[in-house]
Structure formats: C-alpha cells, structure tokens
Design a protein around this ligand. Sequence first.
Ligand code: C2O
Ligand code: CU
Length: 444
Amino acid sequence: HMDTMPQMSNMSTDCQGASGVAIPIASLHAPETAAHIAEFTLTAQYAHLPFFAKDQGDAWTFNGTSPGPTLRVRQGDLVVVHLRNRLSAGVTIHWHGVAVPNVADGVAGVTQDAVKPGETYTYRFVAKDAGTYWYHSHQESFEQTGHGLYGVLIVDPAKPSVHDDVDVPLALHTWNGTLAVNMTTGRQRIEAKPGQWVRLRLVETDNTPHLVTLAGVPFLVAALDGHDLHEPTPLTKVPLVVDGGQRYDLRFQVPQSGAAALYIASDENGPYQKTPAVVIGSEGAAVAPVPAVGPKEFDFTTYGQPKPDAITAKSHFDVTYTITLNYTFGFSNGRPGPVFTLDGQSFPNTPMLMVKEGQLVRLRFVNEGNAGIHPMHLHGHTFTVVTKNGRALSGSPVRLDTISLRPGESYDVAFYADNPGLWMIHCHNLYHANHGMDMMLAYP
Ligand code: C2O
Ligand code: CU
C-alpha cells in the first residue's frame, strides 16, 4: 500500500492528539462566505496525452490535461470546487500553500476520506492571500501527482501593486524521465511586445530540485511561494534552484530587440537543456542562447531590501520545536529500503506537535543527513523564514510554505497559529513523504 498516510485512515472523524485530547475535526469551522463565488468543476480522469507513445498508457489528469485547468480567482473570493472522480482509484485535492479551513485541506485519512471512483466532493474556502499556488491529489500523492493530477491556482490581489501585461503559469514536471514545462518539451513561445511586463509563475511539481534561469533580459524574482519579495533587484542569468512544491514568480520587461528565453535543467547542477523551454517575445526575434550554469546561485536570504516584518529572529516565540531530518534503512510499506525520518522516527511514529491558537510557533528544521535534500512543507499556514544556519536573513522578509534544506543546513521558520486543525508537515519530495517523512501539527 503506497499511501503517503497509510496508517491514518482510522483518524478521519476524530483525532487523538499527543496530549490525549480528542479533536472533533468536523466542528472546527463554520461555513465560509464571501461576496463573490468562483466555482469550478475538476474531473479526475484518464487522458492519453501526446507526450506518451501509444503503448505507454494514460496520464492521470484533471479535465483531460496536465497541468489541469488554471484556476484564477480574486483575493476575497469564495472558491467552490467540485471534484468528480472518474478514475479507478480514490483521489483528493490539496490546495498547496493556501490557508484553507482544515476541513478543505484534502488530506486523505486526516481531513476527509479519499473520494471514491464515481463519487463527488466539494471544497470551499475563501482565498484570503494573493499569489501563485497549486493543487494536487493528496491520496497516494507520490504516485498520483507524478502521474499528472495537479494544476495551478492563481489568486489575483484585490489591490494590485504592479501591472503585468502577460501572465503565464509554468508547471515543471518530469514525464518519461524528461523535464518539461506545461507538458511540452522544447520551445514554446509566449507572445509579448518590447517593453511589456511579463510574469512567469513557475511551479515545481516534481520531487527533486531543478535549475532554472532566464536569459536575454534582466529579471526580478518577484515572489516566492506566492508571497511578494520587497524591492527585488534585477538578476541576469543567475541560476535559480527550485525544489519540489515551491513556486517562483519571475518578472521582466521584454527587451527592445531579441526574445527572452527560459532555460531549465533537470539536475540542480545543470547543464541546461540546449533548447529553451519557453521563449518570450515577438515571432522571429533572436532568441538568447543557452547560458553556461553561472557560479552565483540565487540566495533568497540576502535578496531584496529589508523591510519591517511582524515576525523576525528577535521575536518572542511561545513555543519552539526542533525537527531533525535524516534517513536510515529499514522497513517501509512492508519492504526493506530507505526510511526518511523526522526526529529519528518515521510516520506514524513521528511526534505530533501540539500548539495553542494564537501562539507564535517556531520550527527549527535541521538536516542532519549527509545526503538528501528535503523541501519541508507545512499545510494551512505561511511561515516567515527567520534564520538560516543560525543567522538572521539580511534581505527582504521571506514567507514560504515549503523550505528546502540541503545536507547540514538548518532553518528557523515561524508562524502564528491562526488556523486551527490537524495539519501535515512533510517533505515535498513525495517519495520521502511516502517513506516516512511526515508529521502532524495539531491545535483545536
Ligand atoms: Cu503539496 Cu502535503 O502537499
Ligand atoms: Cu525529503
């Protein structure tokens, strides 16, 4: 059985926290309301996509494409999504990075049961925060997201601070061993005129980090995980490492001559694919050639300008949990193999983190392993990164929902416990999550 959460299926109605307190999940949230309703239907269905040879079977899709339809809503909208399941396996939808009410979190065996073949389920949440998010199945996540059950969710700000003439979501995903953008390998062109502002919303749906850069134009990293950075400074051909679950919003002005080009590499060390994944400009404009992988990798801890933030390294934290990340060999899903651990344990033996509503909670992630990169994701909240390897950030305040740790690295992240429920914390290398790297955060 390959579920991310194989042992949790008996926990769907009430949950025994570490303190022994039963948390009645269903009573946590009153129905959400808003002036405007954005309503969608997503049908989980098989589709034979051009990427596959005739004998290779079908992708698993929402509405017949992968990524599924881009859901575009306005900040403050009530989002209502009807999931219809036409696959032969149970599915759910998790709204990655969105502070949904716990009941809409889409975690099979925790906040709902998987939606069975032929059945329908409705998600409702108010889109409180603007930004680039994504959705994916959270039943057998490793398998189902890998097979194509994901899409992009864009929440447009109620009061935009900048204007983009062209705005395009780009989902990075590996198909048949080849990294592709929106299921296309090789050049795709986005029409844009010289001087126009372009926003590219990169969404990493794979399990291991990829390398991305933009050539032919200076660009800004405008947002990480959907949250704006303060006064970003222009970069040129600087390699960006984008890890599983993360989003990067890039902005730039189309150059007066020539076309900008997005280059990608499956391996975080490169080299880039020779053909650009995406070209942005007018038809026939000269395309910026593939760059060598530059020495200076984008460092979000020093990027942008400092700005006062509600949470800093000097804040008073009501509670701090240290979570060590590692791996070992053992039994997982009944077979010998790698086991990925949090605090030396694999799920479901990992500790449950208990907090109280209103607390400022600090999580200290420490990657103790000598191999393995772990993009750690927290459901239902956005956290502020307060320190890296014990040092406060010197650039813009950074708010993320997924923080990537290389061997030996540590990060402190902090958030207000303002969204009660039972929330997962897990590695977004979904293979690792599938092999033990999950824990729960709980507060009534
Ligand atoms: Cu995008 Cu629990 O995951
Ligand atoms: Cu991991």
